[in-house]
Design a protein around this ligand. Structure first.
Ligand code: NAD
Ligand code: WQD
Length: 352
């Protein structure tokens, strides 16, 4: 059985990906410090695996920080001792709140960049050279009404985005240092939303949410009076910002496609956009959410949010060509599944 180390596996995207990997028969070691998640997720993942071959030993949780090298070395050593060495790492662990990164760049560079260097060092020592990295569309310079390709202009505008770009550069240097060894895929996610259709896994960040969907769900749950829509005077179809929202289960499946690709390809490094290729405005999201879920979603327009871009949409053709991945869920699925999760958990943050 193939053993995979998943850092940040208790988080939003990591938990869905672990579930999909377990259903594909992989054995998973999750390393997570729980800085933005909770250990309860482990049971939620286990109880949703729907394959008879699954046993408790297929999912192991090790609480710890990827910046703790001794801890990481022990994780690799333990699996070698069991004769099930880790031969691939999917690296989700990171801090991801843009405004927090502006206020505390030291913490963001320390956690995201140093954490990744540490992880790569321990992998290398343990002869593990396959790596899937959670990168982000935030590394690109936004372009008005034009899809973003992998060779589009790079230009992050906040410390969080800078850490993602720095890691991609580090990975390129690493690959060039020995191009017969490393197999690296950086998946550049656009806007992940939605939840597993059981309603047991979803996005429930600690602290005050910044992203659209967790806030929108709070409003729908009547824990916040209305959604503040940042600007209605953007040069877009209806004046509100357009994004490429991607269902988290499609995103999880993209990781399986990336693994298959890494298992078959020769040493290589590649950055791949993971989005639907379709842009949705905030007003379209609000309308779809209300229609699909038959609920109210009050909103008010307020000023533009500093740093926002009007249009961020992926050209996703490289994903189809290389890792043979294509998303299958639409905006209605994203709205329905995230609402199902929010209602079931009813824990989406406190009233602000
Ligand atoms: P998340 O915060 O839900 O998950 C990240 C997990 O990593 C959490 O469980 C957290 O506790 C853990 N973690 C953080 N630092 C750690 C450390 N030093 N050691 C061990 N564990 C640590 O975030 P997510 O939305 O699931 O994002 C996963 C990855 O995808 C991140 O790298 C993020 O930057 C990237 N990404 C996310 C989005 C998005 O909008 N959600 C978009 C593009 C890229
Ligand atoms: C989406 C749209 C807002 C909240 C961020 C990061 C990016 C990536 C994904 C990790 C925007 C609007 C939001 C609200 C609103 N993360 N909005 N009212 O800004 O596209 O991207 O998350 O890599 O790096 O920058 O996502 O969810 O914050 O916003 O009107 O209360 O919703 O203006 O147009 P964004 P978001």
């Amino acid at each position: 059985m193939r053993t995979i180390l998943v850092t940040g596996g208790c988080g939003f995207i990591g938990s869905h990906t672990c579930l999909v990997l377990l259903e594909k028969g992989y054995r998973i070691i999750i390393v997570d410090s729980l800085i933005n998640s909770s250990e309860e997720i482990i049971n939620a993942i286990k109880s949703n695996v729907k394959v008879p071959s699954f046993t408790e030993d297929n999912l192991i949780f090790r609480r710890g920080d990827i910046r703790d090298k001794l801890f990481l070395e022990n994780v690799f050593k333990e699996e070698r001792r069991r004769n099930m060495p880790i031969n691939l790492v999917i690296h989700f662990a990171a801090l991801k709140a843009v405004n927090e990164s502006v206020q505390n760049p030291i913490e963001y560079w320390n956690n995201n960049v140093l954490g990744t260097i540490n992880l790569i060092e321990v992998m290398s020592k343990n002869d593990c050279f396959k790596f899937v990295f959670s990168s982000s569309a935030t590394i690109y310079k936004p372009m008005l009404n034009k899809q973003i390709c992998e060779d589009s202009e790079i230009g992050p505008i906040n410390p969080y985005g800078n850490t993602k770009l720095a890691i991609e550069k580090f990975l390129s240097d690493l690959f060039r240092s020995n191009s017969n060894k490393w197999k690296i895929v950086s998946l550049r996610y656009f806007n992940p939303v939605g939840a597993h259709n059981s309603g047991n896994l979803g996005e429930n960040p600690k602290g005050i949410p910044n992203n659209l969907f967790p806030i929108l769900l709070k409003v729908a749950l009547k824990k916040q009076d209305y959604l503040r829509v940042f600007g209605n005077d953007w040069p877009t179809k209806d004046g509100t910002c357009v994004r490429d929202y991607i269902h988290v289960m499609d995103l999880a499946e993209a990781h399986v496609s990336a693994l298959n690709y890494l298992n078959e390809t020769k040493p290589n490094i590649i950055g791949i956009n993971i989005g639907t290729g379709t842009g949705q405005s905030i007003l379209e999201i609000i309308e779809t959410f209300k229609k699909v879920n038959n609920c109210d979603l009050p909103f008010k327009f307020i000023d533009r949010r500093p740093g926002d871009a009007p249009y961020v949409v992926a050209n996703n053709s490289l994903a189809l060509k290389t890792i043979k991945w294509i998303p299958s869920r639409n905006l209605e699925d994203m709205c329905r599944d995230s609402w199902n999760y929010a209602k079931k958990q009813n824990t989406i943050m406190h009233k602000i």
